[in-house]
Design a protein around this ligand. Structure first.
Ligand code: ADP
Length: 407
């Protein structure tokens, strides 16, 4: 089935057109800087060169129109008619407590996503705009919401409750939700295909290390602990997000710097993490280059990042009472031998031993075992594919809704 996958940010739309039977991208692309004077448009058909353009695109609806025009273009396009697209899968960051699985989008679902705006003010509004725009341009196709939070619905209460008065959970649903669910799910399933053990007997730690980063403990195929929390701000240090900090720091800073609350939000989300620590960059490639040139703060930022990963690996091994494999994925996890190596160094007590040669020789896009043969815990690099998870769910739900008018 041909499925269009949409991932909307506040000023960007990423899309993938995926044939779910072959699991192949037919075409992908993105429009960035929506609302700016010049928006950047990129389309990458599967079998030809990337097409780049710039023009002014003022909102998400225009962005979707631009994408549809490209897909349907008689010369460079990839589909003949909008009806060739059988389903649209939307990434939605926060599903709150309501959504344990992907769902067909109807008015009630739209309302519930809107209600979850409170929980994800940065992410859910553009996700909703994307849904509305795509429905406008593809009105006769089932639209499906796939939530970043859904995979973590299996967290036990002892993992998702915070140590604050319980009425705040009951009243406002303040709890750990966890994010990057589609990636943690996909990567763990790729690992299960490689092994001979029943999934119910497996204990896996997935490390999604991109600009946003999170780790998840997956016991018997289910997420039982994860590093992001109520919002994607917590957990390990990220590109620009601070990760876990002592909440008292906030009161202290408000007093010392006379910061308004709105500035604190920006400080912790956009000016902290690797960027804040290094004072130089959020991008790991830039940090590694500068650290190699001797910059001490860039070296420290890398040290903190890897130390947090190691701490979580140790803690999740305790949470699951064991671990069969650690899986690295996303931009940093898939591409940086240095970060992988530093994140699991001196873990011989747990029984993790890397084969540094294999670690250095990982090829982009390939699943690779990088632990040594005598390592008690296996370590793999597993490329993620969140869009494929979204496409497969959207195809399944579209098929089911075609068969049953009640879904
Ligand atoms: P997101 O999807 O969260 O924006 P990505 O998964 O694309 O992020 O990861 C982006 C991160 O991956 C950046 O910090 C980038 O520097 C890092 N990255 C990509 N390639 C490499 C590499 N070869 N070495 C180190 N880091 C890399």
């Amino acid at each position: 089935m041909l499925v269009l996958v949409i991932n909307c940010g506040s000023s960007s739309v990423k899309y993938n057109l995926i044939e779910t039977e072959t699991e192949q991208d037919v075409c992908k692309g993105m429009i960035e800087r929506i609302g700016a004077v010049t928006s950047i448009i990129k389309h990458q058909p599967f079998d030809s060169k990337e097409i780049k353009d710039t023009k002014s695109i003022t909102n998400h609806s225009e962005a979707l129109q631009e994408i549809m025009q490209f897909l349907l273009n008689p010369e460079s396009g990839v589909v003949k008619s909008p009806s060739d697209i059988k389903s649209v899968g939307h990434r939605v960051v926060h599903g709150g407590e309501m959504f344990k699985d992907s769902v067909l989008i109807d008015e009630k679902v739209l309302e519930a996503i809107e209600q979850a705006i409170d929980l994800a003010p940065l992410h859910n509004p553009p996700n909703l705009k994307g849904i509305q725009a795509a429905k406008q341009h593809l009105p006769d196709v089932p639209h499906v919401a796939v939530f970043d939070t859904a995979f973590h619905h299996s967290l036990p209460a002892r993992a998702y409750l915070y140590g604050i008065p319980n009425r705040f959970y009951r009243r406002y649903k303040i709890r750990k939700y966890g994010f990057h669910g589609t990636s943690h799910y996909f990567v763990s399933r790729q690992y299960y295909k490689l092994i001979d053990k029943p999934v119910k007997d497996t204990k896996v730690i997935t490390c999604h290390l991109g600009n946003g980063a999170s780790l998840t403990a997956i016991d018997g195929g289910k997420s039982v602990e994860t590093s992001m929390g109520f919002t994607p701000l917590s957990g390990i240090v990220m590109g620009t997000r601070c990760g876990d900090i002592d909440p008292s720091i906030l009161f202290y800073l408000v007093e010392k710097e006379e910061l308004p609350l709105s500035n604190l939000h920006a400080l912790l989300n956009r000016h902290s993490g690797l960027l804040g620590l290094s004072g130089y960059a959020a991008d790991m490639r830039d940090l590694i280059t500068e650290a190699d040139n001797g910059d001490r703060r860039c070296q420290q930022a890398i040290d903190v990042f890897c130390y947090k990963i190691k701490q979580h690996i140790g803690s999740y091994t305790a949470v699951m009472n064991g671990c069969d494999a650690v899986l690295f994925t996303a931009g940093i996890g898939e591409n940086s031998a240095l970060i992988r190596s530093k994140s699991v160094e001196n873990l011989d007590y747990l029984g993790i031993k890397l084969d540094e040669k294999k670690n250095e020789q990982v090829k982009p896009g390939e699943i690779t075992k990088i632990s040594s043969d005598d390592s008690k815990i296996e370590v793999y690099v597993v490329p993620t594919n969140e869009e494929l998870v979204i496409a497969i769910d959207a195809a399944k739900i579209a098929q089911a809704s075609a068969q049953s008018p009640w879904i």
